[in-house]
Write a protein that binds this ligand. Sequence first.
Ligand SMILES: NC(=O)C1=CN([C@@H]2O[C@H](COP(=O)(O)OP(=O)(O)OC[C@H]3O[C@@H](n4cnc5c(N)ncnc54)[C@H](OP(=O)(O)O)[C@@H]3O)[C@@H](O)[C@H]2O)[C@@H](O)CC1
Ligand SMILES: Nc1ncnc2c1ncn2[C@@H]1O[C@H](COP(=O)(O)OP(=O)(O)O)[C@@H](O)[C@H]1O
Ligand SMILES: [K+]
Length: 511
Amino acid sequence: MKIPSLNQIRKADQYCIDSESISSAQLIERAAKGCFDWIIHNKSFKIRKYPFIVLVGNGKNGGDGLSLSYMLHLYGAIVFVYGINISNHFSNEFLINKKKILQKKINFKMINEGEKFPVLNQENYLIDAIFGTGFNRTMNQYWKFFFHYINEKKFKEVISIDIPSGLFMEKSHENFEGIIKATHTLTFQVPKLSFLLPNYADYVGKWHLINIGWKDDCIRKIQTKNFYIDDESIHAIYKKKIRKKFTHKGNYGHGIIIGGSFGMIGSVVLSATASFRTGIGKLSVYVPSCGYQIIQNTLPEAIVNTDVEKHYISNIVLSNDKINAIGIGIGMGFHSKTVYALESFLLKIKNKKIPMVIDADAINILSHQLLLELLPKETILTPHPKEFQRLLCRSWKNDYEKLHFLKEMSKKHKIFIVLKGAHSVISTPNGYLYFNSTGNPGMSTSGSGDVLTGMIMSFLSQGYSPKESCIMGVYLHGLAGDIASKKLSEEAIIANDIIHHIGEAYLKIKI
Ligand SMILES: NC(=O)C1=CN([C@@H]2O[C@H](COP(=O)(O)OP(=O)(O)OC[C@H]3O[C@@H](n4cnc5c(N)ncnc54)[C@H](OP(=O)(O)O)[C@@H]3O)[C@@H](O)[C@H]2O)[C@@H](O)CC1
Ligand SMILES: Nc1ncnc2c1ncn2[C@@H]1O[C@H](COP(=O)(O)OP(=O)(O)O)[C@@H](O)[C@H]1O
Ligand SMILES: [K+]
């Protein structure tokens, strides 16, 4: 799914209006109806028990709020509307809908700058329709205090329409004053970039897409470099790879996982098992010799090659078999001979065009030894934020700067980077970003990153392109985690549970 810019959203709304010959106010009514349907179908809302306080601004977002108030009133809810008179310019959509609610004698009061704040009962739902995507500058102190006053209250739920008021949809904030803290954000048609960044999670709450009927031909025309990975993107990739009847294991590639050190062989077991569960044809592992028995016992399907050293890797030797993909770095440690072995290995394979994913300790070695230059084109790195900071040799001021650094590094070294997190983001050598939609906090558990590396390596081995492997990897990994957490709870899942549910995740995406 595309993540359009503000200008593209405005153009798409206008296209909708023109192509359907409707007015802007009618499109707003459709948007409000989408929010209304979401509220009335949400069983946790007790619409006739608790009143709604609706805060509306002067723009079109206020128009949405007024139209929604009208619908809630007709449905039998008690509604109190407050007009937040921040700017003196009233949109048509505001004026049309204000007239409608006054005709129905719905409670309406204007709040002007400098006035005493109204007393608001916390045993109410709050609907925030003050600003939407038109919020374009910081507010003065009075209104910041007002937003703070709202945020301090413990309303039953705070539902922001389109975007929490005061939040920029695609640029950073100097501070977090003056943004409404929503528990739910009902956003129109497409996700907004800020929703996918950890900095703003406390303001956005849970967000939900409300369809307002953009047509396919309009969406097709939008040129963007930011994407949200959804079922549709996965189907498009996966359907090209449905298994044919007369295939054999040779068709699904031979991959190798290189990693492990004394006490860390388990990470290789996780990665290798995940590779098999993701569908690899044949898998080798390369570990220090202390890993031999462990791997043979826990994963008899794997071929085990060992280093001459017992406790760490000192020299990486690939077997003579043709290897289709490499996963390297898991549990590898930092022994000086391992550092040297990694560097020599990268030099050796630089021109061999074997797709490769690099994780964990190998990423840290790359950072300390400044070895990024050695990476073959289209190599995949899978850092978590701390590892990415090490790669950069610096931190970032905010999430937007982080995305900027991510894109710069991918472009400079022509590599894919999977920056792991709640919405893991894949950055490509040509400046595209893909945000993952699956996964849950239960996956914040040791070894779940090792599982991801094994899965991405498995996709590479099966002939998916590096970009497809990253997309399929993060999505299926998150989906397996989501299925596991529904059965076991977020608290109880461990990395092995993610592996055990890869099968069910595949069944869910089967076309
Ligand atoms: N038909 C359509 O197109 C559809 C539109 N839709 C809805 O419209 C929303 C976008 O509407 P919008 O463009 O009118 O902007 P909105 O966020 O309501 O506010 C603009 C007002 O705020 C003011 N203002 C801004 N910052 C300020 C500040 N710091 N301090 C004070 N004032 C400030 C700004 O003032 P100005 O810059 O003009 O001086 C202007 O008056 C979108 O999010 C969605 O909810 C959907 O229903 C789908 C169909
Ligand atoms: N809150 C979360 N929501 C979704 N996914 C998460 C969350 N926390 C962690 N994950 C996922 O779990 C994995 C953790 O990887 P990593 O930090 O490398 O763990 P480890 O080093 O223990 O293997 C990543 O794929 C990440 O996207
Ligand atoms: K809003």
